[in-house]
Design a protein around this ligand. Structure first.
Ligand code: UGA
Length: 446
């Protein structure tokens, strides 16, 4: 029988919560802690504070093993393992803002009273876990702990590889688990806790694990930026990115994932992590040319659909435009760095009227993003794709939601005043669109 641990998790975002539910599902006693009362209040009423496919069912399934609290003191004190999964947002210069991480670590350090492994899950620059370890040791030396000084306290790093929209699947069936630990004791604890999960467990030192997290996200971002540039080149040369993708991905050395050309990557991770790694390199007097180029390329790519519309119409002023899809990808309500946002901002500046629709992200857009735009009064919130398309001069697609993919294109033509579609996710077949007499623009497709 696998040993059951008392686990505390600092941070109830999608990483902390999904991780906590994963451990609860394996029978560990978990408490998830967040300083935000509203989040904890919702969780205590069985409500997940964000949209993530399948997470409600997982909470229902293992609710006996998981608790939620705003004040972690007593839970940190009693835990065998404390995971820190607070967010590390972007500073103005692109570097990772570690203030929430250090606040959480300080609270943990002031609370623990017995043997305990602290595991950093937040994405952090290489060397941060070591700094945290030193900080905790310093607190022990200054005798700030009650009785912890005689006990074993260590800090390890264990990155997460959860994708929004498939986070529940990713926690239950991960591709691999990276254990970053510098002592046998820490390695064994982390290995034990993950033992029931059948996947490769790769054990390495803390710094390599920290670098692995950034290197993984940056590698995927690089692949996307690369295929987007090849798609642009396809347009110029008359080649078709769909054929090229098929042709290159049949080589197992290249693989077939993260090669969908589109309007650029967004989300809470790739944009932030690419910039943070570039900034980390700069601080260490090293120029990370490839990732710098990916960041630049992605910034251009995000405006590619808008640029195509301007090229066609010259002025967009007073035009009525449908926006289908707001979130940075399907199956999430997250709009962080979503390509839709920069396009909407630019379109509103031009004095257009927007009819926006997203099946899940509307509330998040309305409450947290729309107010920042000038001419925000020109946004109409549609209740359906039909309503968004009605009487429009053109349509932009920013997210490949199933309902958009499956939308009847004949109806699309009927509803729009001018059937012009700028598809940032290459959803439709250009030949079908031609047959339906829709003026269709996508990325790198003939
Ligand atoms: C990403 C990684 O995939 C996870 O492994 C990682 O754990 C996570 O970041 C994180 O660091 O927390 P996520 O941001 O949820 O996950 O989303 P992805 O599915 O990777 O997509 C990111 C962006 O790339 C989206 O905007 C998506 O539309 C875009 N993308 C993806 C493409 O444009 N083309 C593709 O072929 C694939």
């Amino acid at each position: 029988m696998n040993k059951k641990y008392k686990i505390a998790i600092a941070g109830c975002g999608y990483v902390g919560l999904t991780t906590g539910l994963g451990f609860a599902n394996n029978g560990h006693q978990v408490t998830c802690i967040d300083i935000n009362n509203k989040i904890i209040d919702k969780l205590n009423h069985g409500i997940i504070p964000f949209y993530e496919k399948g997470i409600d069912d997982l909470l229902l399934k293992c609710h006996e093993f998981i608790h939620f609290a705003t004040n972690g003191t007593s839970y940190y004190k009693d835990s065998d393992i404390i995971f820190v999964a607070v967010n590390t947002p972007e500073n103005m210069d692109g570097s990772a803002d570690l203030q929430y991480l250090y606040n959480a670590v300080e609270q943990i350090a002031c609370s623990i009273e017995h043997e305990c492994l602290i595991v950093i899950k937040s994405t952090v620059p290489v060397g941060t876990t070591d700094k945290i370890r030193k900080k905790i040791n310093m607190m022990i030396e200054k005798n700030l702990y009650k009785s912890a000084s005689k006990n074993h306290i260590e800090v390890a790093f264990n990155p997460e590889f959860l994708s929004q929209g498939s986070a529940v699947h990713d926690i239950l069936y991960p591709s691999r688990i990276i254990i970053g630990a510098d002592t046998k004791w820490a390695k064994e604890i982390l290995y034990n806790i993950y033992e029931p999960i059948t996947c490769e467990k790769i054990i390495m030192d803390v710094k390599s694990a920290e670098m692995t997290k950034y290197a993984a996200n940056c590698c995927l971002a690089l692949k996307i930026a690369y295929i987007n540039e090849i798609a642009d080149l396809c347009e110029i040369s008359g080649a078709d990115i769909r054929c090229v993708k098929e042709g290159i991905s049949s080589d197992p050395r290249i693989g077939n994932t993260y090669l969908n050309a589109g309007v650029g990557y967004g989300g809470s991770c790739f944009p932030k992590d690419t910039k943070a790694l570039v900034q980390y390199s700069n601080e260490n007097h090293f120029e990370l040319k490839t990732i710098k180029a990916a960041v630049e390329s992605n910034n251009m790519q995000i405006m590619s659909m808008y640029n195509k519309a301007v090229k066609k119409f010259h002025s967009l002023k007073e035009m009525k435009i449908a926006i289908l899809g707001l979130t940075f990808k399907p199956e999430t309500d997250d709009l962080k760095s979503a390509p839709s946002l920069k396009n909407i901002e630019k379109l509103l500046q031009e004095g257009v009227y927007l009819q926006v629709y997203d099946p899940i992200g509307m509330n998040n857009f309305k409450q947290n993003y729309a107010n920042q735009f000038i001419n925000k009064e020109n946004i109409f919130y549609a209740n359906s794709i039909d309503e968004a398309l009605k009487d429009t001069d053109m349509c932009f697609i920013f997210t490949e939601w199933d309902c958009i993919k499956k939308f009847d294109i004949q109806k699309m033509h009927e509803l729009m005043k001018q059937p012009v579609v700028f598809d940032g996710r290459n959803i439709f077949d250009p030949h079908r669109m031609k047959v339906e007499k829709i003026d269709y623009y996508c990325i790198g497709v003939k």
